[in-house]
Design a protein around this ligand. Structure first.
Ligand SMILES: [Ca+2]
Ligand SMILES: [Ca+2]
Length: 176
């Protein structure tokens, strides 16, 4: 009888722990946190992101072309204060910014000196905020003619890109 009581005492908290830890509270991260799981961002095409939790960091990859000046900017949505880092493929910090854009938004203007893969990491100031944002990677070629826009797509497509079919379809749509 005593053993049975002990069994209840042990099993009830265990049951509660199991129920709470497996409840569907865990949110899915929209963009990976590492270079390996980075989302490839297409120049000239804004990309929506969400810091599902305050400690989230979202990683984006792109192919930088030597001699091109890129403006990498965050437009704040529900996210109040962004922080942004630009890395080379070796993980060295090329540039970083906190509030270079409007309000507490981040913005980096950067002249690419070596054609290579680069990574943009977006997080919140001191890991204090969750919320949505839009990341834009633009250069002088953006927003001009359709021809130069296609050039941007091709530059992104030359990267080892899992979304290559999507980019090719976009190019086909533009040609039509
Ligand atoms: Ca995220
Ligand atoms: Ca993330």
């Amino acid at each position: 009888m005593k053993n049975k009581r002990i069994l209840y005492i042990v099993s009830i908290p265990l049951l509660l722990l199991t129920v709470f830890s497996t409840s569907p509270k865990a949110t899915v991260d929209d963009h990976g946190d590492s270079f390996a799981t980075a989302t490839t961002i297409t120049p000239c095409e804004p990309e929506r992101g969400d810091l599902e939790v305050a400690s989230d960091w979202d990683m984006f990859g792109f192919y930088g072309e030597q001699g091109t000046t890129y403006t990498i900017s965050i437009e704040l949505g529900s996210l109040e204060d962004s922080v942004m880092y630009l890395y080379d493929a070796d993980g060295a910090t090329v540039a970083s910014d906190d509030d270079g854009g409007p309000h507490y938004a981040s913005e980096i203007v950067w002249l690419c000196e070596t054609t290579a893969a680069y990574y943009i990491e977006v997080g919140s100031y001191q890991d204090d905020f969750a919320g949505g944002y839009t990341l834009s990677l633009t250069s002088a070629g953006c927003g001009a003619s359709e021809e130069s826009k296609s050039g941007c797509f091709i530059a992104a497509a030359s990267m080892n890109d899992v979304r290559l079919p999507v980019i090719i379809n976009k190019i086909i749509e533009q040609v039509k």
